[in-house]
Design a protein around this ligand. Structure first.
Ligand code: PLP
Length: 401
């Protein structure tokens, strides 16, 4: 049996929506993007949502909006995808990496040690779809408020460190019964091809800033900034008599086209009404199977406060070395099941190593990584495929240990 790791979920509804964009006479940013933004707000209860061409762009946009610049520090987990750190670098600031906890997410105790008077933002990452402890993070930045040193009007207005959730994995996850998207100042979702909801490439920036900010005004600013800082989008300009525009900011060009938004428009209702539940069923199937294996460490799924969006099934094997994990992966792969590792901690990657980040300072990140294997999880998986996956993994582990 051949089982791919994460094929996109493309059904008739998706094809219908994309065709409708193609046939409409308008293919770049326009009505489909507007619709997708409304759907994200509807399902997550975010105050406002701006769609962009990737989560990476969305993170850069959020940092630039807050006036983050060279000399500033942004705290991120060492255990994440590189985009979290690259966004900080592209904003010109310094990524300050901190270690994580057993649940893979950023350690609040380590954040506390890392906050300085240069800290402008924190980007917690909901690894695998498991929400970070946001109340603890907010309590901490409130406690550290006097250290905050604003150097931009939005920083003065907020009066504290900004929380930008990297929720690339966690659309549909809940924290204290609230969907992510409505929990933090800014939440960035990814609609990349392998994510729970996709537009092939794309991202969404959800805005829930406290008073005295107007989320609608900040949305208007961010939208303009995502379109070269131009006062009119191409859709508006294309109407008769509407040609004149102005450029008012040194913006980015990171808007989402309607063709891609159409995929997401078809996926959102299906995801929140059906395929998110299919992911949860698969996750629970894995939890049940591995729960009586002495060698398995199960990933978090649910607590009183949190419920995962089941983006990844991050299985860990107790007390194994990186080399043993790799041997197990080879055996699984030989049997046709594509698995993955999420993530290589950033200090293991050349760029960050060369910048001086050292894995020795992130022992938990390394320990999570060295024994981790991500199993396939997507709604198209059948009962037979799931049975084959767990038996293949069990066989590979038990013949290796
Ligand atoms: C996928 C991913 C991103 C980047 O998403 P893009 O839409 O591809 O830019 C950022 N952070 C994490 C944790 C991711 O997994």
């Amino acid at each position: 049996m051949i089982i791919p790791f994460s094929p996109p979920y493309i059904n008739k509804a998706v094809i219908h929506e994309v065709n409708s964009a193609l046939e409409s006479g308008w293919i770049t940013t326009g009505p489909k993007v507007k619709l997708l933004e409304e759907l994200v707000c509807k399902y997550t209860l975010a105050s406002n949502t701006l769609c962009v061409n990737s989560a990476t762009s969305g993170l850069i946009l959020a940092l630039k909006w807050f006036g983050v610049k060279p000399g500033d520090e942004v705290i991120i987990p060492a255990y994440t995808y590189a985009a979290t750190a690259l966004a900080v670098i592209h904003a010109g600031a310094t990524p300050v990496m901190v270690d994580v906890e057993d649940d893979f997410n950023i350690s609040v105790a380590q954040i506390e040690k890392a906050i300085t008077n240069k800290t402008k933002a924190i980007i917690p990452v909901d690894i695998a779809g498991w929400p970070c402890d946001y109340d603890a993070i907010y309590d901490l930045i409130t406690k550290k408020k006097t250290l905050f040193n604003p150097t931009h009007q939005n920083q003065t207005k907020l009066g504290r460190i900004l929380i930008i959730a990297d929720s690339a994995h966690s659309i549909g996850a809940t924290y204290k019964n609230k969907f992510l998207g409505s929990v933090t100042d800014i939440t960035v979702f990814s609609f990349h091809a392998v994510k729970n909801v996709t537009t092939a490439e794309g991202g969404a920036v959800c805005i829930n800033l406290p008073e005295p900010f107007s989320n609608q005004e900040e949305y208007n600013y961010l939208r303009c900034f995502s379109l070269n800082g131009q006062t009119k989008d191409a859709f508006t300009k294309s109407k008769a008599g509407s040609w004149r525009y102005d450029i008012i900011y040194p913006g980015l060009k990171i808007n989402m086209p309607d063709i891609l938004a159409a995929i997401g428009v078809a996926q959102m209702p299906e995801y929140f009404e059906k395929t998110l539940d299919s992911r949860k069923e698969i996750y629970k199937y894995y939890q049940t199977f591995f729960s009586d294996k002495a060698w398995a460490i199960l990933p978090p799924y649910k607590s009183e406060e949190r419920l995962s969006s089941c983006h990844l099934y991050a299985l860990r094997i107790k007390d194994i070395s990186e080399a043993t994990r790799d041997t197990i992966i080879n055996k699984i792969s030989k049997n046709g099941v594509a698995v993955n590792v999420h993530f290589q901690p950033l200090p293991l990657l050349t760029l960050f190593k060369d910048m001086g980040y050292n894995i020795d300072y992130f022992p938990k990140a390394y320990n999570n990584y060295k024994c981790e294997i991500s199993l396939p999880i997507y709604p198209q998986l059948t009962k037979e495929q799931l049975k084959y996956i767990v038996e293949t993994v069990e066989g590979a582990v038990e013949s290796t240990l």
